[in-house]
Design a protein. Structure first.
Length: 233
């Protein structure tokens, strides 16, 4: 069965390369760093940045969709230690991003991506009075990301939280805001929707011990051997 599937996978790989103006091949035979015929980055990418003007070098891997970062991107130092896990949508940070030092987790951020292709974007936010309901908020976009949700700062050695910040659509909540829960959104228009939102256990906050354990298991040396390739027309 494996022998029958092998030609199929080879065909898919060749087909993906045919759509690329330039690309690289990993040691596993995967197509990386594809630039399509329109000059847009597509698919899996592996980037190596050397040390420059006193700044430490790094490596990062993730996916591009039409020249924009999409999904989870991981960044490593040149020794292969995990430095960051960032999530993207439309090329902007979206959801949770976690940052590490060699000793452990340093801090985590939460973002809300805005669609750069639209002058206005509609996002769902929890109802202030009832967390089981949400409001559709229409806001003017500038093609960026908004700080939205909980930001935590840790002691990397112990994993304990040393500071917490709460943001609502790029506005930092004060202690009074959190106590009264009256933060208003910078919206041009609000449409209330009484649809009940189910809580997803998969979106629970990352526990420091779990993140530290993940880091220890996945902080091995990460080097990807690649071969340069291109298609001439």
């Amino acid at each position: 069965m494996r022998l029958l599937l092998l030609p199929f996978f080879i065909f898919l790989n060749i087909a993906s390369q045919a759509q690329c103006r330039t690309f690289r091949i990993s040691s596993k035979g995967d197509t990386l760093n594809c630039v399509d015929m329109k000059g847009l980055k597509q698919g899996k990418w592996f980037v190596q940045m050397p040390k420059l003007r006193g700044e430490p070098g790094y490596e990062e891997e993730g996916e591009y969709r039409n020249d924009r970062k999409e999904g989870t991107w991981r960044r490593y130092n040149l020794m292969g230690d995990l430095l960051a896990m960032e999530n993207y949508k439309w090329g902007n940070k979206n959801g949770k991003s976690v940052y590490f030092t060699i000793d452990g987790i340093e801090h985590e951020e939460n973002w809300r991506a805005l669609n750069p292709d639209k002058a206005y974007d509609t996002i769902d936010v929890a109802d202030i009075k009832d967390p089981n309901k949400y409001e559709k908020v229409i806001i003017k976009t500038d093609g960026a990301s908004l700080k939205h949700g909980t930001w935590k700062y840790y002691n990397p050695l112990t994993g304990s939280v040393i500071n917490t910040e709460e943001y609502f659509l790029d506005k930092l909540k004060t202690a009074e805001d959190i106590a009264t829960d009256t933060t208003s959104a910078p919206a041009t228009k609000t449409i209330r929707n009484n649809t009940t939102v189910k809580k997803d256990s998969a979106t629970t906050k990352i526990k420091p011990k779990e993140v530290l354990e993940f880091e220890k298991k996945n902080a091995g040396k990460k080097k990807v051997k690649v071969l340069d390739g291109s298609i001439k027309h």
